[in-house]
Ligand binder design. Structure first.
Ligand code: ME8
Length: 653
């Protein structure tokens, strides 16, 4: 096990009232990059994202759509989860606040705060904004609206309060003692000023709506959505005293947008102090994206759809642009021209060219086989090699310093300084000139080719967190073995082993021409539930199922099977009875609900995926010994088919 400190990185959990857009993708990709970076360094790493599903605005949105709040949450959470694969982000967990594992920890958190004497019943009056889920004082209103521009109504309710006022001095002292607790520094200053003005107790329950976690023993109050939501950061670890919590808390870095800084940098630490739990290590508030100079808004329909952006330029290029274009912490503008310029110049030309030139020359002069390592000070090591190596040493230091402070754009700039030095080295060393010297220049040519390939390898390793797919493609093309892909190996010069065999590489970043279609088509309103007797609406997106452990999955035995015979089921119109060769002594009989989709004769000879260890079950009088994998319903059902070449009985895993 690594002796480096554990590392835990989180994104906000996103509200299930919107489709994911570039802003959400930004935070998710930044957190994913950080997790990959720390994992590359060797830290035990855990990363989390998810959806925030309770509260009045979700309840209202569900009512408008004519569905239950849970159905609404299921529909809107699924796209956030699906987006992860599209983006190439791979968090360890995706938490939903409607999951029982979360609710349990929220209740425990409430009890801890109550036991600390920090929760009391009182009355509250004020201007309430449903959209912000917050009260505002008369003085805070701007032209009769919340400071965010949302509508407010005068509300009076009995509710539970949290003694935030008790924790101001302690929190201030913590911030002073931990200069990187809130970053960037300007945000820490903003929070300090806010605390210095004096913290007021806050209302932490609501009784005017139902969609939330009931206050323990005090139903009909529900727990304020921010107490609920913030607790996700520990509920996903199993809550205090769980093994994962013990391992990863408090090594947490919360990556958030600046809009929710106060909740994270004031409320959350105070809740934790009250509950007797340690504070996270860092809260980093990044800036705000506009699109072509304008604020993103539903009415304008100008939000950049991350799925469209990935379709246009690829996931790695999209990530690169977001992290390179603006300093993390500053606001930024998403413009097509800037996106195309970065993708075509920095990725296509600079990064792609380094790969192509190195591998083309290696192929031409050495059959794609890496020569023996050329190391600093070795025979023939000259000024050109020295300059490239100096660039490597400087870039490495800059990269590490930048990543420690979440200066992603500087980290990329540092890596690209080595890319630039590598490209320059091609001209300085001019392998094609050395090659003309024939056998006499062989050692010099070896050195030049090795040096170039080594720079390429280091660039490949360093970009693993930023271009997770393309960096692997680069290292594959170079033929770098696993031990030459580690952070350690890329920290010293000479890690590419002699004899590594390069393979011709596809163009990593093909040129992209505009204009690109990056916004989503105007969203159809979520499908309302059909009135009784009405025609059924389109089926809702399936509710995501909770994560399972590998051990659960491993219990399922999936096998290739070949359909030997198929006939209508004697007693059920919907079913076909299939005889399958699953590589066993005798054929199996399986009943499948695909009669509306397939004629029996069409199935004979097909190779299908069989769940082979499902307990046999009698279906309308026929014993069915397993189940076939399929998608879709009724006439639209389609069997999952297995490519030819895999024998009956082969395990699918
Ligand atoms: O606030 N630019 O959820 P949310 C950059 N559920 N980032 C942006 C952005 C933009 N234009 N728009 C959104 C919530 N974001 C709560 C959080 S956490 C315990 C609860 C990103 O769906 C940014 O990370 O409104 C911001 O903080 C987050 O989305 C807000 O997501």
């Amino acid at each position: 096990m690594s002796d480096l400190t554990p590392f835990y990185v989180t994104t906000p959990i996103y509200y299930v009232n919107d489709h994911p857009h570039v802003g959400h993708a930004y935070t998710t990709l930044a957190a994913d990059t950080l997790a990959r970076w720390r994992a590359l360094l060797g830290h035990p790493t855990y990363s989390l994202t998810g959806t925030d599903e309770h509260g009045q605005k979700i309840e209202q949105a569900a009512r408008r759509a004519g569905v239950t709040p849970q159905e609404h949450a299921d529909r809107y959470s699924a796209p956030f989860r699906a987006l992860l694969a599209t983006l190439g982000a791979a968090p360890d967990d995706f938490i939903r606040t409607t999951e029982e594992r979360h609710k349990e920890v929220v209740r425990a958190m409430w009890r801890r705060m109550e036991e600390a004497g920090d929760v009391y019943l009182s009355h509250y009056e004020g201007w309430y904004s449903v959209s912000d889920e917050a009260y505002f004082t008369e003085e805070e209103l701007v032209d009769g609206k919340a400071p965010t521009g949302s509508e407010v109504t005068w509300m009076k309710e009995e509710g539970y309060f949290f003694r935030l006022s008790r924790y101001g001095a302690r929190l201030l002292a913590h911030i002073e003692a931990h200069p990187t607790f809130i970053m960037p520094q300007s945000r820490a200053n903003e929070i300090k000023r806010f605390i210095e003005q004096g913290l007021q107790d806050i209302s932490i329950s609501r009784s005017t709506f139902r969609w939330g976690i009931p206050v323990p023993d005090h139903d009909p109050h529900v727990i304020y959505v921010w107490v609920d939501a913030l607790t996700n950061y520990i509920s996903a670890l199993g809550g205090p005293s769980a093994e994962r919590y013990e391992r990863f808390w408090p090594y947490a870095w919360h990556i958030i947008g600046k809009d929710i800084l106060r909740f994270h940098a004031v409320y959350w630490p105070c809740f934790l102090m009250s509950a007797g739990l340690p504070l996270p290590e860092r809260i980093f508030a990044h800036g705000w994206w506009t699109v072509e100079g304008e604020k993103m808004s539903k009415s304008k329909g100008n939000a950049v759809d991350p799925t469209a952006a990935v379709a246009a330029v690829g996931a790695d290029a999209f990530r690169y642009f977001l992290l390179r274009e603006v300093a993390f912490g500053a606001d930024g503008d998403f413009s097509q021209s800037a996106l195309l310029a970065r993708v075509n110049n920095e990725l296509g030309n600079d990064y792609g060219n380094l790969l192509n030139r190195a591998l083309n020359m290696l192929a031409k002069y050495r059959g794609g086989v890496a020569p023996a390592p050329a190391r600093p000070g070795g025979s023939g090591w000259g000024a050109a090699e020295g300059a490239l190596h100096d660039a490597f040493v400087a870039a490495r230091a800059d990269l590490c310093a930048a990543m420690e402070e979440l200066r992603f754009h500087d980290a990329l700039r540092a890596i690209w300084s080595l890319v630039g030095a590598g490209n320059k080295y091609v001209g300085d060393s001019a392998p094609w000139v050395i090659a003309r010297r024939g056998a006499e220049g062989a050692a010099d040519l070896d050195r030049a080719l090795y040096t170039l390939c080594e720079a390429l390898r280091v660039v490949g390793v360093w970009t693993l967190p930023f271009l997770p797919t393309k960096a692997v493609a680069l290292l594959d093309a170079l033929g770098a073995p696993p031990e030459a892909r580690t952070w350690e190996s890329a920290s010293a010069w000479g890690g590419l082993p002699a004899g590594a065999q390069a393979a011709p590489a596809a163009v990593l970043f093909p040129r992209v021409e505009g204009p690109l279609a990056l916004t989503r088509a105007p969203a159809p309103a979520p499908v309302p539930a059909p009135a009784l007797g009405a025609a059924p609406a389109a089926p809702p997106a399936p509710a995501p199922k909770p994560l399972i452990e590998y051990e659960d999955f491993a219990k399922v035995s999936l096998r290739v099977a070949v359909v030997l015979a198929a006939e209508p089921h004697p007693n059920a119109e919907r079913l076909l009875t299939l005889t399958l060769d699953a590589g066993e002594e005798r054929p199996r009989t399986v009943c499948a609900g695909i009669a509306a989709a397939y004629a029996p004769a069409d199935l004979v000879g097909r190779r299908v995926a069989l769940v082979s260890n499902l307990a046999p079950r009698k279906l309308r009088g026929v014993m069915s010994e397993g189940m076939l994998l399929a998608a879709g319903e009724g006439a639209a059902a389609r069997l999952v088919e297995v490519p030819a070449g895999l024998p009956a009985g082969a395990e699918i895993k």
